[in-house]
Design a protein around this ligand. Structure first.
Ligand code: GDP
Ligand code: MN
Length: 402
């Protein structure tokens, strides 16, 4: 899970990392009010979207008057910001962060990641901030400094000092730098983060060391024990279908194909996708409905798969151990009645209460193609798809001719 810059800054500040004064706003009026509260004579208005590289895309504006703050806020709010990380559709700006503008003397890079090779938290620093770390790694790899943290003792002050010396910080900057690094490390460890990036960490002209930008990602599997982090989730930033899936306890990943998959168990879902490919088709999604799926959850899965306009056929593959075929069948019937399934559905049910499940499908009056094995089911789905495409062709030709 990712969070916004202002949320990452609040979290980091609570671990002792110094940040400029600032506040989140939702309207130009609030932006002006907030700038007045912060005081001073320069402010930075920053678009809050889950993406870096906002500066180059016009999402970070340095302002020196109330008028400029209002204009910058009005220009950003409600617009889609396209950065090198958002894809061409960009991301809708719904919140801004207004912050005291600082006079920068030096920009540095600081990042903490879980290094898989070392199986340790690795702290990375570079003397060039505000530049993507990938670019530094490509152009000046030797300038990147690393400290690997021994988990039994945690990050030590001497390690942070090593980084400070490597960055050639002045004597008065070392203590505030060490505080920032150790604070970022504790935030990473105590909040179950997977990544902390402060880019840039700046030395100001009056000698402070401040986190000017901040990015944090968290381990989804640890969110259950981090309620303060969990509540920062912004569903507006996520793929709406994946967010909807998460609400129903479904594991969904959108793909490019046209055969929708509704499967229980991640392994079976992968095998089903392989079989579809093997049969000459393309899966439209990965979807694991999990164990013990109620009819409501199965219906939610159908709605989700059908909300993808690319889907031309659906393959339901259930191997019911903890699940029950009759519940799954009820879910299929419920969904078909509610949302009106307009594409062919192939169902392969096996396991607990399979006879009852098949009976429910048979007696529903719905046109559901049943299959016994996984290979049969995949072939049936690919065939149903090409049949429905053939029958749609004359209509499409007619549409095109009009
Ligand atoms: P990003 O482009 O999404 O990574 O956004 P950042 O928060 O990193 O801002 C981009 C750049 O704007 C930074 O690298 C700085 O050079 C500049 N910037 C941000 N805040 C300030 C500030 O308060 N004063 C000055 N002078 N520059 C700033
Ligand atoms: Mn940045």
């Amino acid at each position: 899970m990712d969070v916004h810059e202002y949320q990452a800054k609040e979290l980091l500040a609570s671990f002792g990392v110094a940040i400029p004064r600032g506040g989140v706003v939702y309207t130009p009026d609030q932006a002006v009010y907030r700038a007045g509260e912060i005081g001073g004579d320069r402010w930075v208005v920053k678009a809050q979207i889950h993406s870096g590289a906002r500066g180059k895309a016009g999402g970070v504006k340095l302002c020196t008057s109330e008028h400029e703050v209002r204009a910058a806020a009005a220009a950003m709010l409600g617009q889609r910001l396209v950065t090198t990380q958002t894809g061409p559709q960009g991301k809708l700006v719904q919140r801004l962060y207004v912050e005291a503008g600082v006079r920068i003397q030096r920009e540095l890079y600081l990042g903490l990641v879980l290094d898989r090779r070392w199986e340790r938290i690795c702290v990375v620093a570079a003397p060039e901030g505000g530049v993507e770390i990938e670019d530094i790694a490509r152009e000046r790899p030797a300038s990147i400094l690393r400290e690997v943290v021994e988990p039994a003792v945690g990050m030590q002050a001497f390690q942070a000092r090593e980084l400070a010396f490597g960055l050639k910080l002045g004597p008065s900057q070392i203590a505030p730098f060490v505080r920032a690094v150790l604070g970022a490390y504790r935030a990473f460890r105590d909040l179950d983060a997977t990544m902390v990036e402060i880019n840039p960490l700046v030395v100001t002209q009056d000698g402070q060391v401040l986190a000017l930008d901040a990015k944090m990602s968290f381990d989804d599997n640890a969110l259950f024990r981090r309620p303060t982090v969990r509540e920062l989730r912004d569903y507006a930033e996520e793929d709406p279908r994946e967010a909807e899936a998460a609400k129903h306890g479904l594991n969904y990943i959108a793909l490019d194909g046209d055969i929708g998959c509704i499967v229980n168990g991640a392994g079976l879902a992968m095998a089903t996708m392989d079989m579809i490919k093997h049969a000459g088709g393309e899966p439209a999604n990965f979807l694991d409905i999990g164990g013990g799926a109620t009819p409501e959850r199965v219906a939610a899965a159908f709605r989700l798969v059908l909300s993808d306009a690319q889907v031309r056929a659906i393959l339901v593959n259930i191997f019911a151990g903890i699940n029950r075929c009759d519940w799954v069948a009820q879910g299929i019937v419920q969904a078909a009645r509610e949302v009106g399934v307009s594409v062919p559905v192939v169902a392969r049910l096996a396991g607990t209460n399979v006879a009852e499940g098949r009976r429910i499908l048979r007696e529903s009056g719905l046109r559901i193609i049943t299959a016994d094995g996984l290979a049969d089911a995949a072939h049936a789905a690919v065939e149903a798809l090409s049949r429905s495409q053939r029958s749609a062709e004359p209509a499409r030709a007619y549409e095109a001719a009009r």
